[in-house]
Design a protein around this ligand. Sequence first.
Ligand SMILES: Cc1ncc(COP(=O)(O)O)c(C=O)c1O
Length: 360
Amino acid sequence: MKRAYNFNAGPSALPLSVLQKAQRELLDFQDTGMSVMELSHRSKEYDEVHNRAKQLLKELMNIPDTHDVLFLQGGASLQFSMVPMNLLTSGQTGNYVLTGAWSEKALKEAKKVGNTHVAASSKGANYTHIPALQDIQLSENAAYLHITSNNTIFGTQWHEFPNLSVDLVADMSSDILSREVDVSQFALIYAGAQKNLGPSGVTVVIIRNDLLERIPENLPTMLDYRTYSTSNSLYNTPPTFAIYMLSLVLEWVKEQGGVRIIEKRNREKASIIYDAIDRSGGFYTPHAEKGSRSFMNVTFTLPNEQITKQFLAKAKTEGFVGLAGHRSVGGCRASIYNAVPFEACEALAQFMREFQNQYV
Ligand SMILES: Cc1ncc(COP(=O)(O)O)c(C=O)c1O
């Protein structure tokens, strides 16, 4: 078997050892004679998996006791609605920083729920950078400030977070667990799992406990964070297999030495590809401005569409997968999440240099 050089934006690469462990345990989980998929979500065996995933995430992200970890479904996209439904009480305003397509979508849903305000935006610059912290202008009665910590499509990332007197909410779908973050700075963090945490199907929400007190009473049960908090995310059937895979991925992060080591490796991986871009004399053009570059999604263009097509076609024949840019921006994108090995980034940089040499 030859593993692909997988640069998919999500769902994306998973650690090989995690897949192998899941394979070994697939038919008979811990001598139960059943697959994890076949266990009752009320069984002792599943309970251990569930709590282990929660415990490991707390440990790896150093989540303080002031915050709870919830497992939901509906993807990060459902959080675009749940955040304002739970936190945007009447008379208040949901503040949003627009840094790309996902923050636009988050704002769109919030508008359906209550008052909103764009506190800063880099849309005018085609989302090539993260707005400067001093340019963030909060509205009066701000319920929260929502940011997208990493912009998967445009390839930009916040490298310093706003520290204003407002509850900070972050969509961390595409960079959670990729770097050390001070969770206490955030009122709420959410992330779909399918990039750094595991397969799709589970969404992680990290919520400061006091926020639960301001949730309106009339929300549908399944859209109310309190339902998940009071039941340890077991009010109804959780996505058990996805949570099991999450627990294996978290074990893997721990074995690697934790988030600090993963972050160091991610920076090295990103610099290999950014170096290939920066040393190409303009053949490859980065989308993101230097200070806003993402360590997770490296976005770049080639001299024209024709050459881009050739690049993508040749890359495919050499075993590189998922390098086409998002359909809304074009060009190329290499998503290099935690599980993408160093060697895949080196192989890509080498391929980029060789491809360019055909043209000079
Ligand atoms: C930053 C960000 N937010 C939200 C989403 C949407 O996630 P989901 O498909 O889990 O709803 C994505 C998906 O790629 C994303 O990258």
